[in-house]
Write a new protein. Structure first.
Length: 278
């Protein structure tokens, strides 16, 4: 027997946005304590009729749901004169709440919230896709999967840090590619590890994009070549040889140096780098 009820829980969470005249942490930043909003079934701007909150359900699922609610299934029909949705409200305050979709009343609240497509985001990922979104529906199963992804990403990042944390050279090489942090000549390993830990905390995706890049070693080499003036980086972000030959963008320069036809140039650059390290 087909039923709309399901063994799933959905969290309703407020969407707190940066900015505004009340700062984050202020009681009224999102909504004052003790206040709430009422979400009703919205009107369809084209037809002038109510949106059908149960449009995704089959006739049998609607019938079974009506039985659970002890009403006639016809009451769910938005075209009925005294239909179920007239005056139906879902009250929301600034606190998270959980809907149990195996509970008929919670399921109806869920569909009413979902029908408010200008006010309620269908998931947390899309919460900023519309400036009018005030709440998001978060599938707790998806939330668990997302938390696992975040955990896996952290593990990846700290494994990468673990491979470099005992090497002064590897730590410094990371900063050469990262490019936005000047490392003092006398910086200790502990200082560099702490700085990278901060980078991971603030931009784990960016960190992994750098250290897992197949061109990571090439980028280190080019950064070192610029340091010893075996290559020059122009104001346009392109690279050129000391004689003025333009190699192009970073990726184009990497491709140039990887090309076996340019092995003599690569040997010269490496010799300059090695000489500077002695």
């Amino acid at each position: 027997m087909s039923t709309a009820l399901r063994n799933k829980k959905v969290r309703i969470t407020p969407i707190s946005r940066p900015g505004g005249w009340l700062k984050p942490g202020h009681d009224g930043h999102f909504m004052y304590t003790g206040t709430f909003v009422k979400l009703c079934v919205p009107m369809n701007a084209t037809t002038g009729k109510l949106v059908d909150p149960l449009e995704d359900l089959t006739d049998e699922e609607k019938r079974q749901l009506a039985l659970k609610m002890a009403i006639e299934v016809e009451e769910f029909n938005i075209y009925s004169k005294n239909n179920y949705w007239i005056g139906y409200e879902v009250k929301r305050d600034k606190e998270d709440s959980l809907l149990d979709l195996s509970n008929p009343k919670d399921l109806i609240d869920y569909y009413v919230l979902k029908s408010n497509s200008d006010t309620v985001a269908p998931n947390f990922t899309d919460k900023y896709n519309k400036g009018t979104y005030r709440f998001a529906l978060v599938d707790t199963d998806d939330e668990i999967v997302e938390k696992r992804k975040v955990s896996d990403k952290k593990s990846q990042a700290y494994r990468a840090l673990g491979k470099m944390e005992n090497s002064d050279t590897r730590l410094r090489n990371f900063f050469k590619v990262y490019g936005t942090k000047k490392v003092p000549a006398d910086a200790s390993k502990d200082w560099m590890v702490a700085e990278i830990d901060t980078i991971i905390s603030n931009d784990i995706t960016g960190f992994l994009a750098i250290v897992e890049d197949s061109k990571y070693d090439d980028k280190i080499q080019i950064a070192e070549a610029v340091e010893v003036k075996a290559l020059y980086k122009t104001s346009k972000g392109t690279y050129e040889l000391p004689g003025g030959k333009i190699l192009g963008t970073l990726d184009e320069t990497i491709d140039f140096l990887r090309d076996s036809k340019n092995s003599d140039v690569l040997r010269t650059i490496r010799a300059r780098i090695e000489a500077s390290n002695k």
